[in-house]
Design a protein around this ligand. Structure first.
Ligand SMILES: [Zn+2]
Length: 120
């Protein structure tokens, strides 16, 4: 993820390293996100539950490479073995599709380094 953001940032002459960050990152399944959140945590300090949907800014995995502008969204598992209806399983992905639809593409503004511009 870091290498991708660095490459995207470098492609627009970014000097801050964050301008190539994704608008959002989605996880398909709580478990994958929980594993990241609990990396390095032990015992009672482990986080035992996350909600489906946009994650709060204070609940970000240690070493998370993206800036606060990158939304983290957790969707439910796509496994048919998880006990939920098809509509329940589909809803978080419909929300995700809606959020993605709100990200203009191609971007309305040409990508450029915000820090580099502020220094000019
Ligand atoms: Zn930048």
């Amino acid at each position: 993820m870091r290498a991708h953001m660095r490459a995207a940032s470098e492609s627009i002459g970014c000097t801050c390293g964050c301008c190539g960050a994704p608008a959002l990152v989605a996880f398909s399944g709580k478990r994958h996100y929980m594993e990241l959140l609990n990396a390095g945590r032990r015992g009672k300090s482990k986080i035992s539950k996350v909600d489906i949907g946009v994650q709060p800014a204070n609940l970000i995995p240690p070493g998370w490479p993206f800036p606060a502008s990158t939304q983290v969204i957790v969707c439910c598992s796509t496994s048919g073995a998880s006990p939920m209806t098809a509509a329940e399983r589909l809803a978080p992905y419909q929300d995700l599709a809606s959020k993605l639809a709100d990200v203009p593409w191609p971007r309305a503004e040409l990508p450029r380094c915000k820090r580099k511009e502020a220094a000019m």
